[in-house]
Write a new protein. Structure first.
Length: 266
């Protein structure tokens, strides 16, 4: 589905609104609530702050006022059903652990789905002023008044690849950790941390492979158009759709992606 220029500008408006809310909270002493969900049978630390909540409230208010037929799915305040097949998927602060740690590897994720298929994705990092947008088969970086087209780099062999993941243990089952280590042993370098921001670095051509697990829909919906628009590939660990979350593999090169899948499923 082609996305109109008006809808793209509306996505910019949502990202602008989120950034205005979030920036004053960053690197400030905040009250942090632990949602404490159960992941893989264990309770894990899952922080949320007023920045998360207030930014999502602001975005939702704009959508409900200006596009009332569109649905909304947000991490903090649930789902409003769509009346037209379109749904905005929101995670205003993806990477809250980094946020409360004073590190910039977080971002606002905003996606538009048409009949549950992501057709537009935004990663906005309002502190450093970087905005990645994937839409209509292309990905661009908006930075300091410039608009830069993005393209993944060619890296067809694991031995030359830079692998990234948010955390080496926190989101993987034991067997998933073992599968991840098989890939890790084959690559040139591994870097931890980054949350959604590492997917922007993949679109920029500085990361070759990303392996994650325990994603929700709001964690991945915006990433799919960004990775694919830059020429990359993003799937689950079996090579199928990752649009519902769960296990995610993203690569800038199809051959590299195939090699990673083979080791993950060995």
């Amino acid at each position: 589905m082609p996305v109109s220029s008006e809808t793209i500008q509306f996505a910019h408006k949502l990202a602008d609104a989120a950034g205005e809310i979030i920036r004053p909270y960053f690197r400030q002493r905040l009250d942090v609530t632990d949602k404490r969900p159960i992941i893989h049978g264990q309770a894990v630390f899952d922080p949320v702050t007023e920045a998360d909540k207030n930014a999502e409230k602001a975005i939702r208010a704009i959508i409900e006022r200006e596009r009332p037929d569109d649905g909304i799915l947000g991490e903090e305040f649930g789902e409003k059903p769509s009346a037209n097949g379109l749904r905005w998927v929101l995670d205003p602060v993806d990477g809250t652990r980094a946020f409360i740690n004073g590190r910039h590897e977080w971002g606002s994720l905003i996606a538009l789905e048409a009949n549950e298929r992501p057709v537009l994705g935004v990663i906005d990092q309002p502190w450093i002023g970087e905005r990645f947008i994937g839409v209509n088969g292309a990905t661009e970086l908006y930075f300091r008044g410039a608009v830069l087209p993005l393209k993944v780099r060619v890296c067809s062999d694991l031995s030359d690849a830079i692998l990234c993941a948010t955390h080496p243990d926190g989101y993987f089952l034991k067997e998933e950790r073992e599968a991840f280590r098989r890939v890790q042993r084959a690559v040139k370098m591994t870097r931890w941390g980054g949350d959604c921001y590492i997917f922007g670095t993949l679109a920029l051509g500085f990361t070759d492979l990303i392996i994650e697990s325990s994603f929700h829909r709001w964690d991945v919906a915006a990433l799919i158009p960004i990775v694919e628009g830059a020429g990359g590939i993003i799937t689950n660990w079996q090579g199928g759709s990752c649009a519902e979350g769960g296990q995610v593999v993203a690569a800038g090169d199809a051959e590299l992606h195939a090699q990673a899948l083979k080791l993950l499923n060995a």
